[in-house]
Design a protein around this ligand. Structure first.
Ligand SMILES: Nc1ncnc2c1ncn2[C@@H]1O[C@H](COP(=O)(O)OP(=O)(O)OP(=O)(O)O)[C@@H](O)[C@H]1O
Length: 242
């Protein structure tokens, strides 16, 4: 993306943003609350268009796509949303399968609501996140951390080329957070994919990512390889004093 600015009414969320992420990178996006991290991810999953500047995702400008091409790009980009965006009254299997809707023909997506399709893959993803027994449970009966793991399983079955994860471990205990990041990073690495993750925990960011970009008040103020940084270098991005 280059020269990107995003304004929400009178609020400028991002300004003068130039950023290129290459295939295979795992990028931690860090910054204090309100810095523009989620806005950056929204630009990349096509749910937001910039007020100025240009954005390319997997080599194309999402604004130029319609119909089948748009669905194809959606299938290649998976998001773990900060607000999870699960459908509470639906069974877990349906929420996990939602990760594959853009890749399925409409008839298959509709039929899957009656007779869940691809159950073995869903079960395998749920096993990876430690929720093997919950396949047919109503999603809103799960705890916050369990629902976050359903959202992770959704992106695991999708197998996208680009994973955007907005605080994907915020409701998880340290062991589960470690496991979640390991799953995300190994699943993208297996197919040469790319990960951008907003992370609250500097240690997780440095352990699982190859590059760290820092935003403050909508501006890019840090862009460095993870192995050149220590937790102290990230303190200001997490509102901690050095
Ligand atoms: N839909 C919206 N309407 C108006 N302002 C918005 C909207 N979404 C975000 N903003 C504003 O844009 C700025 C950046 O928000 P964003 O959610 O990208 O920050 P963030 O770094 O992800 O924050 P957090 O760590 O708290 O999730 C903030 O000032 C926020 O108030």
């Amino acid at each position: 993306m280059s020269g990107v600015e995003v304004r929400y009414g009178g609020t400028t969320a991002l300004t003068g943003l130039d950023l290129t992420v290459r295939a295979g990178e795992r990028v931690a996006v860090v910054g204090p609350s309100g810095a523009g991290k989620s806005t950056l991810l929204r630009l990349l999953n096509g749910s937001l268009t910039p007020s100025a500047g240009s954005v390319e995702v997997l080599g194309v400008d999402p604004r130029t796509l319609t119909g089948r091409d748009q669905r194809r790009l959606r299938a290649r980009v998976g998001t773990v949303h900060q607000q999870l965006e699960l459908v509470g009254p639906l069974r877990v299997v349906h929420n996990v399968n939602a990760g594959r809707l853009a890749a399925w023909p409409v008839w298959r997506a509709a039929w899957s609501l009656l007779r869940p399709q691809g159950v073995p893959e869903v079960a395998a993803a749920l096993a990876q996140v430690g929720l093997s027994q919950r396949l047919y449970e109503r999603t809103d009966r799960l705890s916050g951390g369990q629902q976050q793991r359903v959202a992770l399983a959704r992106v695991l079955v999708q197998r996208p080329d680009l994973v955007l994860a907005d605080e994907p471990a915020s409701a998880l205990d340290p062991a589960l957070a470690e496991r979640a990041l390991t799953l995300l990073s190994t699943s993208v690495a297996e197919r040469g994919g790319t990960l951008l993750a907003c992370l609250h925990d500097p240690a997780l960011a440095l352990r699982h990512c190859t590059r760290v970009v820092g935003l403050v008040e909508g501006r890019l103020v840090l862009d460095a390889p993870a192995d050149a940084l220590g937790p102290g270098d990230l303190a200001e991005f997490y509102g901690m004093s050095r």
